[in-house]
Design a protein around this ligand. Structure first.
Ligand SMILES: Nc1ncnc2c1ncn2[C@@H]1O[C@H](COP(=O)(O)OP(=O)(O)OP(=O)(O)O)[C@@H](O)[C@H]1O
Length: 237
């Protein structure tokens, strides 16, 4: 049985005609946390943005559940069960958390009749968010804002969750506290997660598999245990 939920085949993607991804192929398996690591500027965010339809490849193909993605735009991909937690959180500072989630449900086209239940599920997954639902997102700590950003991405009950450096600006313990309920939910629901991280040490603790990107190409695929040896990790950077 084919257990690939998301596949990229020979993606070439660039900015202003300058290629950044140079024929990247990768896949995300059902129910795994796949961690994508690599140095600054390697092209990790570009890959995530392309998989979510925010950038168009000049060539190559993306497949979701084995089928080529016909219209790779964020709206269609959200409807198809793909979510992105963007780099830098992307919360609107003047909206309350509750308003942010309401807007998220509208953006994710959650049917009106399912909204209360959907919100309840997100708050069950990230219960700490109940403590600051009425606060302005801009007044929250970095960790709380990241939780809101993740909560918003969960509103469409994704089958594929793309996360772009959720650890940014967070102390390791805070990142662990943030990711623990996500991992728990992931194990329960079988959602597949593609996690881009600079904080390799923390990311390896929750990853099932790791891919390494260098200068726009995937250069290595491994399991976290192999990279516990720091020398091996350094050799890949
Ligand atoms: N909007 C843009 N316009 C032009 N070039 C860009 C743009 N965004 C990224 N780039 C370039 O594309 C390359 C890959 O960037 P990308 O953000 O995908 O890398 P990354 O691996 O995610 O890096 P980081 O870990 O620093 O976020 C870099 O050389 C970067 O300068």
């Amino acid at each position: 049985m084919n257990n690939l939920v998301l596949e990229a085949h020979n993606l070439v993607v660039g900015y202003g005609g300058r290629p950044v991804l140079d024929g990247v192929s990768m896949n995300l398996r059902a129910g795994e946390v796949l961690c994508l690591i690599g140095h600054n500027g390697a092209g990790k965010s570009t890959l995530l943005k392309t998989l979510f339809g925010l950038m168009s490849p000049t060539s190559g193909e993306i497949r979701l559940h084995g089928k080529p993605v016909a219209s790779a735009d964020p709206r269609s991909l959200t409807a198809a069960g793909v979510s992105l937690v963007p780099e830098g959180r992307g919360v609107f500072p003047n909206l309350s958390v509750s308003e942010t989630l309401e807007m998220g449900m509208w953006a994710a086209q959650v049917p009106q009749a399912q909204r209360a239940q959907r919100l309840a599920w997100v708050l069950e997954t990230l219960p700490a968010m109940r403590n600051f639902l009425q606060q302005r997102a801009g007044s929250l700590s970095g960790g709380q804002q990241q939780m809101v950003s993740i909560g918003r991405a969960l509103l469409n009950q994704p089958r594929v969750l793309l996360m772009d450096e959720p650890s940014i600006g967070l102390a390791p313990k805070l990142f662990q506290d943030l990711m623990a309920p996500i991992r728990e939910m992931q194990l329960k629901t079988g959602v597949s997660i593609l996690l881009v991280e600079q904080n390799v040490k923390e990311a390896l603790k929750i990853a099932d598999r790791v891919i390494v990107m260098k200068s726009g190409a995937l250069i290595h695929e491994t399991v976290p245990a192999e990279l516990q040896d720091n020398a091996k990790l350094m050799a890949l950077y």
